[in-house]
Write a protein that binds this ligand. Structure first.
Ligand SMILES: *[C@@H]1O[C@H](CO)[C@@H](O)[C@H](O)[C@H]1NC(C)=O
Ligand SMILES: *[C@@H]1O[C@H](CO)[C@@H](O)[C@H](O)[C@H]1NC(C)=O
Ligand SMILES: *[C@@H]1O[C@H](CO)[C@@H](O)[C@H](O)[C@H]1NC(C)=O
Ligand SMILES: *[C@@H]1O[C@H](CO)[C@@H](O)[C@H](O)[C@H]1NC(C)=O
Ligand SMILES: *[C@@H]1O[C@H](CO)[C@@H](O)[C@H](O)[C@H]1NC(C)=O
Ligand SMILES: *[C@@H]1O[C@H](CO)[C@@H](O)[C@H](O)[C@H]1NC(C)=O
Ligand SMILES: *[C@@H]1O[C@H](CO)[C@@H](O)[C@H](O)[C@H]1NC(C)=O
Ligand SMILES: *[C@@H]1O[C@H](CO)[C@@H](O)[C@H](O)[C@H]1NC(C)=O
Ligand SMILES: *[C@@H]1O[C@H](CO)[C@@H](O)[C@H](O)[C@H]1NC(C)=O
Ligand SMILES: *[C@@H]1O[C@H](CO)[C@@H](O)[C@H](O)[C@H]1NC(C)=O
Ligand SMILES: *[C@@H]1O[C@H](CO)[C@@H](O)[C@H](O)[C@H]1NC(C)=O
Length: 814
C-alpha cells in the first residue's frame, strides 16, 4: 500500500478514535466548565450544565445522551436548590475530596457533596457510569465515598435503589421538581415507609397521597399492572439490613424511568426511538380510589359500580358520620356496627377479594406462618383487625393488621384476598349469602351444560350437510392520485351545518356526521376534536398518503377540509354503521349468520394485512375494535380510523384528555403495560375482535366481586376442556359448521397470546382461516386487564353499554 495512503488512513483512524473516546472521568486537577461535558463510556449518559425549560439559570446535571435535551430526560441535578445566574459554573473536586461547584470565580463552592474525609485531594476521581451513576472514588482504597444514586432527585434509574439502608442510615427517596423550569426541591416525594411492614408511599409534604401497597412476591400489591413485565423486572428487599425497591430493564438498549412529575404524579416512561419522544404508560394516582384514605379508616373504595358512590364500609362496619356519607364525603370513615362482639364471641373473618391491602404501617409480618396459622394468630389477639397472605410467590407468610385499616380498595383484577375480622352476626350473614350464591351458580351450570349438550348433538348432525363456499375477493388497488380538498361550505351544506340530527356518533378522534353532497353522494364527515400540534401542511400530507390506501376492506377516505383551527376528514358513508351495533345487540345479531360472520372475520383480516404489509405505509392501526369496523350495504366489513396515529402525527388526540392509546379490552399486554406497540398489538386486538364476533359478547370486565374472568380467559378455558362451542353466539342458532367455528376460535386464541412473538402475523392468520392446516396449541392467556378507564367526569363512560367503546386516554399531569 502507498505509504501516504497508510499515513492518511491511520491519521483518520486516530481522529475518529479521538472523537469516539469521550471522557467519563475527572480527576483532582481537572474540572468541567459550563459548556463542557462528561460522557459515560458507552455514551448512554451525559453530565454537564443545562438550563431547564424556559429558565436561564444554570444547573449541573446528568441526562440521557440519546434522548437529547427534552423534558424529563434530566435524571439528576447537583445544585437543584442553588442555581447559577450565568455560565461561570465549574464542577471539580475540592482539596478535601468533595465534588464541588464554583461560580463567579469565588473560592467558596455554591454546592458540595459535603463528604467529610481526612485525605489529600489528589487521590479522588469522579466517574460517570453507563448506568447514570456519578461516583466519587478514593483512589488509594478504591472505595466510593459518595454517589449520585444515593441522592436521587425526581428520577429512579434502572438498577438504582429507593429506600433505606439500616446499616448506614442512608435514606434514598425521590422529590419532585418545583416546575419544568425549576428543578428545585418540590413538595412531592416517594419514600420507603418503614414503620410496620415497609411499603413505598407517595407524599405531598408529610401527608400520604398514594401507596404502592406491600410487595406480594411478584409485584406491588397496589399496582396490578406490574404483574406481567416485558421490558423490566422489579423487586423489593426487606430485611434487617435494608428496605429497598429496585428495578432493572431487561434489554440494555431500552431507555425507561420512574419519575415524580411537577404535579406529584408518579410516572413510568419509555423512550420511543421511532417517534423520538417519551411515552408515559403508567401514572399514579389517577382515580379517586387511588388517593390515600379516600374512604376513611375502615372504608373500602370500589370504583367499578356504575353510578354508585365508590365508598362502602368494610364488612361489619358502618359510616361514622352517615350525613356526611350521604353527601358523599367518606373521609370520616367507618366504625364497628354497634353491639358487635369481636372478642371471644364466635367471631371470624370475611374475605374481600381483589383487595389493595390496607396501610401496612400498623401491620406485622411473619414470613414462615401459612395462611391457616395466620388466621389463628390473628384470631387469638383481639386487637388484630385483619390478615392476608404475605407472599403470593411462596404461598406462605402472614401479614396481620393491629390498628386502623386505612386505604383499602378493590381492583377488578389483581389485588389479593384480605380477611377482615367480623362478629358472629356478620359472619352468619356472609355464610348465608355465599351459600345462596353457590346454589344459584350450580343451577346455572347445570342448565348451561344441558343446553350445550343439545347444541353439540344438533350441530354434529348438521355438520355433514353444511358445506360453505366462500369467494375470495380480489384486491381493489386503483390508486387515485389526486386528493380531494373539499370546500368547507360544501361540508356545512351537506351536514346541515353539523346538525345534531346528522350526528352519527362520537369516537376517540372526534364527532362523525352524515352528509349529502350536492351531487347526491353520501359522505361521513369526521370533525377532529383536537388542537393537534401538527401543522396544516403536515396534516394534508398525511391525509394525502392515507387516502391512497385503498382496499375493499378499508373505509375509503375521500379527502379532507381545513378551515381555520378545524380539521375534517371526509369518508365514504356506510349505511349499516358499525359491527358492534350488530354483534352485541340481541335483536340484530341474528342478521349476521355464520357465513356472513366468517366473511367479516376474513375481510377484517385482509384489511389489516393490507395495512401491515401490502400498503406502502405499513400502518399499525392501534385501535382496532368492533365499533371501528363499519359495514356497507351488503354487510362487507370496512376498517375505519386506520392511520389516525399518522394523521395526528402524534398520540395527541383528544381535546380535553390526552393520549389515546387504544381501548381497554382490545389492548395487548405489552402495549397496555409497557407502551410497546407493533403489528402484533393489532394482531392481539384482531384476536379479541374475532372471539367477540363468534361469541356475540364483549371482552368485558367482570365486576370486582365477581369471580369470573374476561371473555378471552373464559374461551381459553372452554377451549382447553374441548367445550369451546359453548361460547358461540346463541343467535347463530344451529347453523354453523363446528369445524370452521373451532378453527376460528383457535386462531383467535393464537392471536391473543401474551407473548407478541408467539402471535401469528396477519398473513398467517389469513392463511390459517382460508386453508385446512394444523394449528398450533395456543398458550393460556395470563394477561387480564385490571384497570378501567377512569373517566370520572363523564357519566356515560361508566354505563355498562358504552364503557368498552371509550378509547382509553392517559391523563397528563394536571
Ligand atoms: C495535580 O496538581 C498538583 C499541583 O498542582 C501536582 O502536584 C499533581 O501532579 C497534579 N496531578 C495530576 C494527576 O496531574
Ligand atoms: C416556555 O415558554 C413558552 C412561551 O411562553 C410556553 O409556551 C412554554 O410552555 C414554556 N415552557 C415551559 C417548560 O415552561
Ligand atoms: C443569582 O442572583 C440572585 C439574585 O440576583 C442572587 O441572590 C444569587 O446569589 C445569585 N447566585 C449566584 C450563584 O450568583
Ligand atoms: C474569572 O477569572 C478569570 C481569570 O482569572 C477571568 O478571565 C474571568 O473574567 C473571571 N470571570 C468572572 C466572571 O469574574
Ligand atoms: C452541604 O452543607 C452546606 C452547609 O451545611 C449546606 O448548606 C448544603 O445544602 C449541603 N449540600 C448538600 C448537597 O447537602
Ligand atoms: C432483573 O433481571 C436481571 C437478569 O435476569 C438480573 O440480573 C437483575 O438482577 C434483575 N433485577 C431485579 C431488580 O430483579
Ligand atoms: C433490545 O432492543 C433492541 C431495540 O429495541 C432490539 O433490536 C434488540 O433485539 C433487543 N435485544 C434483546 C436481547 O431483546
Ligand atoms: C414466625 O413464626 C414462627 C412459627 O410460629 C416462629 O418460630 C418465629 O419466631 C416467628 N418469627 C417472628 C419474627 O416472629
Ligand atoms: C396483641 O397485639 C398487640 C399488638 O401487636 C400487642 O401489643 C398485644 O400484647 C397483643 N395481645 C396479646 C394478648 O397477645
Ligand atoms: C388512618 O387514618 C386516620 C384518618 O386519616 C388517621 O388519623 C390515622 O392515624 C390513620 N392510621 C394509620 C394506621 O395510618
Ligand atoms: C360459616 O361457615 C363456616 C364454614 O362453612 C363454618 O365453619 C362457620 O361455623 C359458619 N359460621 C357461622 C356463624 O355460621
Amino acid at each position: 500500500m502507498n505509504p501516504v495512503k497508510v499515513f492518511l488512513v491511520s491519521l483518520l483512524t486516530l481522529l475518529l478514535l479521538q472523537i469516539c473516546v469521550s471522557i467519563d472521568t475527572i480527576s483532582a486537577n481537572e474540572s468541567i466548565a459550563d459548556g463542557e461535558t462528561l460522557v459515560s463510556s458507552g455514551q448512554k449518559f451525559t453530565l454537564g450544565f443545562f438550563s431547564p425549560g424556559n429558565s436561564s439559570k444554570r444547573y449541573a446535571g446528568i441526562w440521557f445522551t440519546r434522548t437529547g435535551f427534552t423534558a424529563h430526560s434530566v435524571v439528576w441535578v447537583a445544585n437543584r436548590d442553588n442555581p447559577i445566574n450565568d455560565t461561570s459554573g465549574v464542577l471539580s473536586i475540592s482539596s478535601e475530596g468533595n465534588l464541588v461547584i464554583y461560580a463567579n470565580n469565588r473560592t467558596t463552592p455554591i454546592w458540595s457533596t459535603n463528604v467529610t474525609t481526612v485525605s489529600s485531594a489528589g487521590s479522588f476521581t469522579a466517574q460517570l457510569s453507563d448506568l447514570g451513576n456519578l461516583a466519587l472514588v478514593r483512589q488509594d482504597s478504591n472505595s466510593v465515598t459518595w454517589q449520585s444514586w444515593d441522592h436521587p432527585v425526581n428520577t429512579l434509574l434502572p438498577f438504582s435503589k429507593l429506600g433505606i439502608d439500616y446499616r448506614t442510615g442512608l435514606d434514598r427517596f425521590l422529590t419532585s421538581w418545583k416546575s419544568l423550569d425549576d428543578p428545585g426541591t418540590g413538595d412531592f416525594s416517594l419514600r420507603m415507609a418503614t414503620e410496620g411492614s415497609p411499603e413505598t408511599v407517595l407524599y405531598e409534604g408529610q401527608v400520604p397521597m398514594w401507596r404502592t401497597g406491600p410487595w406480594d412476591g411478584y409485584k406491588a400489591n397496589g399496582i396490578p399492572e406490574m404483574q406481567r413485565n416485558f421490558i423490566y423486572n422489579a423487586t423489593v428487599v426487606s430485611n434487617s439490613d435494608e428496605a429497598i425497591f429496585t428495578w432493572g430493564t431487561i434489554n440494555n438498549s431500552i431507555i425507561s424511568t420512574y419519575y415524580i412529575d411537577e404535579s406529584g404524579l408518579l410516572n413510568r416512561a419509555l423512550w420511543q426511538d421511532q417517534d423520538k419522544k417519551w411515552v408515559v404508560f403508567y401514572t399514579a394516582p389517577t382515580e379517586a380510589c387511588d388517593y390515600y384514605g379516600h374512604c376513611g379508616p375502615f372504608g373500602e373504595c370500589d370504583p367499578y359500580t356504575p353510578g354508585a358512590f365508590e365508598c362502602t364500609c368494610l364488612p361489619g362496619f358502618q359510616p361514622k358520620n352517615s350525613n356526611a356519607w350521604y353527601l358523599r364525603d367518606a373521609s370520616g370513615g367507618c366504625v364497628r356496627n354497634p353491639g358487635a362482639q369481636v372478642c371471644g364471641n364466635g367471631e371470624g373473618f370475611v374475605r374481600i377479594q381483589n383487595a389493595k391491602l390496607p396501610d401496612t404501617s400498623v401491620a406485622w409480618v411473619n414470613l414462615s406462618l401459612d395462611l391457616k396459622a395466620c388466621e389463628l394468630e390473628c384470631l387469638r389477639n383481639c386487637s388484630c383487625m385483619a390478615y392476608a397472605l404475605a407472599n403470593l410467590r411462596t404461598g406462605v407468610g402472614c401479614t396481620a393488621w393491629y390498628g386502623d385499616l386505612n386505604d383499602t380498595r378493590v381492583f377488578t383484577f389483581g389485588g389479593q384476598d384480605l380477611y377482615v375480622r367480623v362478629d358472629a352476626a356478620e359472619l352468619a350473614k356472609y355464610n348465608k349469602s355465599s351459600k345462596g350464591f353457590l346454589a344459584k351458580k350450580g343451577m346455572v351450570a347445570v342448565l348451561v351444560i344441558a343446553v350445550a349438550v343439545v347444541l353439540i348433538l344438533v350441530l354434529s348432525v348438521l355438520y355433514w350437510w353444511m358445506k360453505r363456499k366462500r369467494n375470495d375477493p380480489a384486491k381493489d388497488e386503483s390508486f387515485d392520485e389526486s386528493l380531494l380538498a373539499i370546500d368547507v361550505n360544501a361540508i356545512i351544506a351537506a351536514t346541515n351545518d353539523f346538525s345534531s340530527a346528522n350526528k352519527l356518533g362520537e369516537g376517540g378522534f372526534g364527532s362523525v356526521y352524515k352528509g349529502q353532497l350536492a351531487s347526491g353522494q353520501e359522505i361521513a364527515v369526521k370533525r377532529l376534536s383536537t388542537t393537534s400540534r401538527q401543522g396544516v401542511e403536515e396534516f394534508k400530507n398525511e391525509v394525502r398518503l392515507i387516502s391512497k390506501l385503498q382496499h375493499k376492506n378499508l373505509v375509503r377516505l375521500y379527502g379532507c377540509c381545513v378551515h381555520r383551527e378545524e380539521k375534517m376528514l371526509v369518508y365514504e358513508f356506510l349505511p349499516n354503521r358499525s359491527l358492534d351495533l350488530f354483534i352485541f345487540d340481541k335483536s340484530k345479531s341474528s342478521l349476521l349468520d355464520w357465513s356472513k360472520r366468517f366473511e367479516i372475520i376474513m375481510g377484517i383480516a385482509r384489511g389489516l394485512l393490507y395495512l401491515h404489509q401490502d400498503s406502502r405505509l405499513k400502518i399499525i392501526h392501534r385501535d382496532l375494535k368492533a365499533s371501528n369496523v363499519l359495514l356497507d350495504a351488503a354487510m362487507n366489513p370496512k376498517i375505519s380510523d386506520f392511520g389516525m396515529a399518522k394523521i395526528f402525527g402524534d398520540d395527541q388526540t383528544e381535546a380535553n384528555t390526552n393520549k389515546v392509546i387504544g381501548t381497554y379490552g382490545y389492548m395487548s399486554p405489552e402495549y397496555a403495560m409497557d407502551g410497546l406497540y407493533s403489528i402484533k398489538s393489532d394482531v392481539f386486538s384482531y384476536g379479541v375482535l374475532l372471539l367477540e364476533i363468534i361469541s356475540g359478547r364483549r371482552n368485558n370486565y367482570a365486576s370486582a366481586r365477581d369471580n369470573s374472568t374476561n371473555l378471552v380467559g373464559q374461551i381459553w378455558e372452554l377451549w382447553a376442556e374441548g367445550t369451546s362451542l359453548d361460547i358461540v353466539d346463541p343467535s347463530l342458532g344451529q347453523k354453523c359448521p363446528p369445524g370452521e367455528v373451532l378453527k376460528c376460535i383457535q386462531v383467535g386464541l393464537l392471536c391473543v397470546q401474551d407473548n407478541p412473538a408467539d402471535r401469528p402475523t396477519m398473513s398467517a392468520v389469513v392463511f390459517m382461516l382460508g386453508n385446512e392446516t394444523t394449528l398450533a396449541y395456543p398458550s393460556k392467556p395470563v394477561y387480564v386487564l385490571n384497570t378501567r378507564p377512569s373517566n370520572s367526569d363523564s357519566s356515560t363512560a361508566r354505563t355498562a353499554s358504552s364503557v368498552n367503546d371509550v378509547s382509553v386516554t392517559m391523563m397528563e399531569p394536571r
